[in-house]
Design a protein around this ligand. Structure first.
Ligand code: OFO
Length: 172
């Protein structure tokens, strides 16, 4: 009976589950960037806030792209629950330290999806996921560049903070 049900989709159950997990991770990433953007906004970093509001929208698109793929392949896309995310940050710099950690974690979860695709011989999903590999390479690079700017510009001085706000918003 279970085998018969799977005829409605070319996704094996393990792939469907890991894609739903990835969809949730992308959705969470969007909310995390949204909270970071709001913190930056209320602390006067208006340019960087805009940059992260845009990043939150991009992550939402990444979520929708996986979500729709599951449906397009005849699977069951599960609307993810929305967990609490960090709302307060110790400093301007900490926002980007956490952003880089989050991006690395997303890259690792994408690698797990691809490893699963290879184990299951699901080349269609592997091909689909390659877009995310390229996207993560770019996003990790951008998050690292933001932290480099903190090294290059003295963010403890008022002018340094102002410069950082302007320069980080131009990354990418
Ligand atoms: Fe979804 O691109 Fe980064 O996390």
């Amino acid at each position: 009976m279970k085998d018969l049900l799977r005829t409605s989709t070319s996704l094996v159950e393990g792939i469907e589950n890991i894609l739903n997990l990835q969809a949730k991770i992308e959705s969470d990433a969007s909310n995390k960037y949204l909270a970071m953007a709001a913190w930056l906004d209320r602390n006067g970093y208006a340019n960087t806030a805009s940059y992260l509001y845009k990043q939150a929208e991009e992550e939402r698109e990444h979520f929708l792209k996986v979500f729709k793929y599951i449906t397009d392949m005849g699977g069951i896309a599960v609307t993810p629950s929305v967990p609490e995310v960090q709302q307060e940050f110790a400093s301007f710099r900490e926002v980007f330290e956490i952003a880089l950690q989050n991006e690395i974690a997303v890259t690792q979860s994408i690698n797990k999806v691809i490893a699963k695709c290879r184990a299951e011989n699901d080349y269609a999903t592997e091909d689909f996921m390659m877009w995310y590999v390229a996207e993560q390479r770019e996003e990790e690079k951008n998050a690292r560049r933001a932290l480099e700017l903190f090294e290059l510009i003295n963010g403890n001085e008022a002018d340094g903070k102002f410069q950082l706000d302007v320069q980080i918003s131009k990354i990418g």
